[in-house]
Design a protein around this ligand. Structure first.
Ligand SMILES: *Cc1c(COP(=O)(O)O)cnc(C)c1O
Length: 404
């Protein structure tokens, strides 16, 4: 495959985001990436029929194994994370499922955070145990609790930082060292909130990075996708099982949209951070707001870790209001003019959503009393999750002022 090799382009992130994985099409001299929708490819000689026969084959055979536009996105993502390889999936959750179920089996033990992205938390709580995978829910902001949870059969430590929805961070370098020293084979980091512009978990010792491409990397709210990024040998094995047999592949059209979005990731992240910092400061000073969690504010309990681990504080924050959240949310639905009251995040357009603690506790998390107490330290009775877009901060502040 033509295109810049992942991870060692030697370029700065702005240049990598534009050029890595892309190339001038030799047949047409097209400068922008081709959208290749074909699901089958005519080989130049007779090959085998199983995907196993295609291992090591450089060309394309069938769209569930690999396809050209998706391959270009994969090369770009690998380069952005400083990795050897990337594998794309139809959503972030499909990517998470692929790496967890592709790497673990019956009798293996998985450690996941006691609060993380709902879809993955529910997969861990409800689905994985049905297939014989043991799961522990641990406060990963406390390394000593992670150490205590590790068992002889612990095969994967799953991290997410900053975590959705709490904005709690964890120390990737410290936890990766701790886990590997104790024989845990895989450390996987859901880095959707941070993006490779803020944090490159593989350089901190993680084995896999997982992204929801639906969020910042695609960046425009019009394409779902996910990726697992890491070492080539492990991703080749995952390709064979997790894409070919689980089947949750990314559509070439979505890959093409996400390629276009990813080209502006570095400049968008600067804009997200700049606007988010102003909005966070406004909220922190607002009399109707009781608490703001933004890693870029000195008031964030892990601001020091954020400064060490994040080159960009991203656009995600939570805040709590003095008036009951559902009441404020009802006003937001009706009266916000710019910010959309809607789920999802990381889009160019600002999004806000109320996440009630009792609701999410009932639907998603398996907290003991102490974990619930710690969740409430960050989330109280609930939080507004605000994804600050790339609009002008003054306009966003005016919009929020109206409803607070
Ligand atoms: C949205 C999200 C996911 C899931 O991604 P989808 O593309 O919606 O499947 C995973 N992790 C985090 C942190 C997310 O915000």
């Amino acid at each position: 495959m033509a295109g810049k090799p992942g991870g060692n382009s030697g370029w700065h992130s702005e240049t990598t985001a534009v050029h890595a994985g892309e190339f001038v099409d030799p047949a047409t001299r097209a400068s922008s990436p081709n959208l290749v929708m074909s699901v089958t490819f005519a080989p130049e000689e007779v090959t085998g029929f199983s995907a196993r026969d295609e291992q090591g084959y450089e060309g394309f055979v069938y769209g569930r194994v690999s396809s050209p536009t998706v391959a270009q996105l994969q090369a770009k993502l690998a380069a952005l994370e400083g990795a050897e390889a990337a594998l794309c999936f139809g959503s972030g959750v499909a990517a998470a499922h692929a790496v967890i179920c592709g790497r673990l089996g019956r009798g293996d033990h998985l450690i996941v955070p006691d609060a993380n992205y709902v879809g993955i938390a529910e997969l861990a709580r409800d689905t994985l145990p049905r297939f014989g995978i043991e799961v522990s829910f641990v406060d990963v902001s406390r390394p000593e609790e992670v150490a205590a949870a590790i068992r002889p059969n612990t095969r994967m430590l799953w991290l997410e930082t900053p975590a959705n929805p709490t904005m709690k961070l964890c120390d990737i370098a410290e936890l990766a060292r701790l886990a590997h020293d104790r024989g845990v084979r895989d450390v996987a980091v859901d880095s959707t909130y941070a993006t490779p512009i803020a944090t490159q978990p593989l350089t901190l010792g993680a084995d896999f990075v997982v992204h929801s491409l639906t969020k910042y990397i695609g960046g425009h709210g019009d394409a779902m996708g996910g990726a697992v990024i890491g070492r080539k040998a492990e991703l080749d094995a995952l390709n064979l099982e997790a894409t070919v047999h689980f089947g949750g592949v990314l559509s070439p059209f979505n890959a093409w949209l996400i390629l276009r979005g990813a080209a502006t990731l570095p400049i968008r992240m600067r804009a997200h951070e700049e606007a988010a910092l102003k909005v966070a400061q406004f909220l922190e000073d607002h009399p109707a707001v009781s608490r703001v969690f933004y890693p870029g504010l000195p008031s964030h309990p892990q601001h020091e870790l954020a400064k060490r681990q994040m080159r960009n504080f991203s656009g995600m924050m939570t805040f709590q209001t003095k008036r009951p959240g559902p009441e404020v949310a009802a006003r937001m639905v009706k009266e916000l003019e710019i910010i959309h009251y809607a789920v999802s995040l990381g889009h160019h357009r600002s999004l806000i959503y109320w996440i009630g603690t009792n609701d999410i506790q009932a639907s998603t998390f398996r907290h003991d009393a102490e974990q619930l107490r710690r969740y409430r330290d960050y989330a109280g009775d609930g939080v507004f999750r605000l994804s600050v877009g790339i609009e002008n901060a003054a306009d966003l502040i005016a919009d929020l002022s109206r409803v607070l």
